[in-house]
Design a binder for this molecule. Sequence first.
Ligand code: NAI
Ligand code: MG
Length: 350
Amino acid sequence: MPLIAVLPGDGIGPEVTREARRVLEALDLGLSFEEAPVGGAGYLASGHPLPDATLALAKRADAVLFGAIGDPRFEKLERHLRPEAALLGIRKALGLFANLRPATLFPGLEDASPLKPEVVNGLDIVIVRELIGDIYFGEKGHRTTPDGLRQGYDVMSYDEQEVTRIARVGFEMAKRRRKKLCSVDKANVLETSQLWRDVVTAMGAEYPEVELTHMYVDNAAMQLVRAPAAFDVIVTGNLFGDILSDQASMCAGSIGMLPSASLAAWSGANGMYEPIHGSAPDIAGQGKANPCAAILSAAMLLRHSLEDEASAQRIEKAVAAALAKGARTADLGGTLSTAAMGDAVLSELQ
Ligand code: NAI
Ligand code: MG
């Protein structure tokens, strides 16, 4: 019986994760669920944002369903005690180097995007973001310059192996889709990007069926607004992927629509699945949050960790059907509560 670790976290995390779990339970796949606190909730329960028992559960489980972390009450704590430390810690501990962030425009949501309907029409892209390297994990600190000035520094680095494994995911993803891979870097300025481009280009020879292009990140930011639907798969580093995927969410109408998968291998392995949004303290506890990103993350869990493509598609079709009938939370211009949106998806599953 596959074990799903459920880590609801903070703010709207528990509200949206509840709906995702209800959808998984309704499919009757014989899954077992075990819940544990993480983030601010972990700190309150045990004095640490990533309690040992929570990490042990995540390691033991076949997959992790994650909500969101972040709690304004704990912002003043030291960095390693803040809720955000739990997220970086769990990604690193599970070796989740590949972050898949699909951005799809569901039919009927054309008007929800701040971009013109004709620009976002047909949007169906996947951003493959490297997740446990780059400037987020390099040496960092504060020091004083010889002139006596305070200086902060963060070191950006990638080795060949780190680039190779994420490039592989990008090519495999593109091969299964529309066979277009755009590698995003800043090779005109950065040494890490030079290496990145060399490795990706060399791997391209193994995938003659995939059309490989390279784009500088500043141009990619522009193209994502000018013609987002022209992309198929984008592969990029941790920092660039973080920024570009939030940007892409606006093409899909709302940040409440975007799921993600964080993987330690292409498929069949332990992975973590979570909406790309945070804990949204401004709407937490009000039953207003859109649970679609969490529900679609559950679909990705079935696809990548349990290799159950049919059930994944059942969930995605149910979300599409509910939206097509006009089910909308406030972020999409509607009035449904989180639970009512979950109900709307559940009733399409039958
Ligand atoms: P956020 O994603 O929590 O919220 C940004 C805006 O989007 C807010 O106005 C919020 O109400 C809205 N929003 C987000 N999710 C929504 C949903 N499902 N339905 C409707 N509206 C939604 O980002 P913010 O405000 O920058 O960060 C809040 C906290 O979350 C911080 O502590 C931050 O560190 C944390 N965070 C955690 C992440 C994670 O757990 N993966 C990712 C991003 C931020
Ligand atoms: Mg981000």
